[in-house]
Design a protein around this ligand. Structure first.
Ligand code: PDD
Length: 284
């Protein structure tokens, strides 16, 4: 696999990263995950904006954002993937600096950039029979709107889900369901779609934005409110959303089956509209 690393296109095995890279020492960096549909970057402008916001929020001076898109397309070309559905991982850290010191390194230290592209396996492009999720205390920090590479609480929560035979952990802060460990979370009550409002406690998901647009265009009412734990029983359907996850219906929460245990009607409608959207539109 050819990857992009600090200005060069290299075989993955030829990439050398210093242990003094601040990403390695402090998780001092941010990332972005984008995908293609049919060979084209999906909602690139939204991802680029979030990427720039994350960089700004943690004060990393990285100026290459304008050539990012070209580098990504070059990676498609050199890797010659036949799968038109690709996932693009971009990570920028504050760079390499010795000795280890918490405060920022001198200005001349350059940010480290890494981009890799890989095929999305099992790209279902169809709604599956639904997944199980567990509820987990949200022990993350108060800047979850930044796409930080410091993901340990999310890793632990998701691992717990897997150990419980579930696919995702939905994180609860002050009794409210905020989002998944790596997805946004949605519920449907009386035909209305609920999802947590944008704040520093959730990631502003690009798929979340797309779904809000879809709901608007197909006449599904939206309530940007987080669901209270005690209100779960009053909801008819749930689903999660994310770039590679797309839309997955949630049919079990903490072992409790939701509705008849199958993908609900509104979730199905939103999913079908999402499919049409990714198939039919031009993204630029
Ligand atoms: N996860 N919430 C969290 C905490 C996330 O990490 C993600 C994305 C989302 C969904 O955002 P989007 O629709 O823009 O992908 C919500 C990425 C894909 C990941 O960590 O791999």
């Amino acid at each position: 696999m050819i990857v992009y690393f600090n200005g060069k296109f290299l075989e993955l095995d030829d990439v050398k990263i210093s242990p003094f890279d601040r990403g390695f020492l402090y998780a001092d960096g941010i990332y972005e995950v984008i995908r293609t549909y049919y060979g084209k970057l999906f909602r690139y402008a939204d991802h680029l904006e979030r990427f720039r916001n994350s960089l700004k929020a943690i004060k990393i001076n990285f100026v290459e954002t304008d050539i990012l898109e070209n580098n990504i397309y070059k990676l498609f070309e050199v890797n010659k993937y036949s799968n038109p559905n690709l996932s693009i991982y971009i990570q920028v850290t504050r760079g390499v600096s010795f000795p280890r010191k918490h405060s920022f390194p001198p200005d001349e230290v350059r940010a480290t950039i890494f981009i890799c592209v890989s095929p999305i396996e099992n790209d279902a492009l169809m709604i599956d029979k639904g997944i199980k999720v567990i509820l987990e205390e949200d022990i993350r920090w108060s800047r979850c709107n930044i796409k930080s590479i410091s993901l340990l609480p999310a890793v632990l929560a998701n691992q717990h889900a897997v150990e419980e035979g579930a696919e995702e952990a939905i994180l609860i802060r002050d009794e409210y369901l905020m989002e998944g460990s790596h997805t946004n979370f949605w519920g449907i009550k009386n035909g209305e779609a609920w999802t947590a409002p944008l704040s520093n406690f959730i990631l502003p998901g690009v798929t979340r934005t797309v779904i809000l647009e879809i709901c608007n265009s197909i006449g599904i009412k939206v309530s940007e409110q987080a669901i209270h734990k005690s209100d779960i029983k009053n909801f008819d359907e749930f689903f999660i959303s994310g770039t590679t996850t797309e839309i997955k219906s949630v049919t079990q929460i903490n072992g409790r089956i939701i509705g008849n245990g199958k993908t609900g009607e509104i979730t199905g409608k939103i999913y079908n509209a999402y499919l049409k959207y990714v198939e039919g539109k031009s993204w630029f």
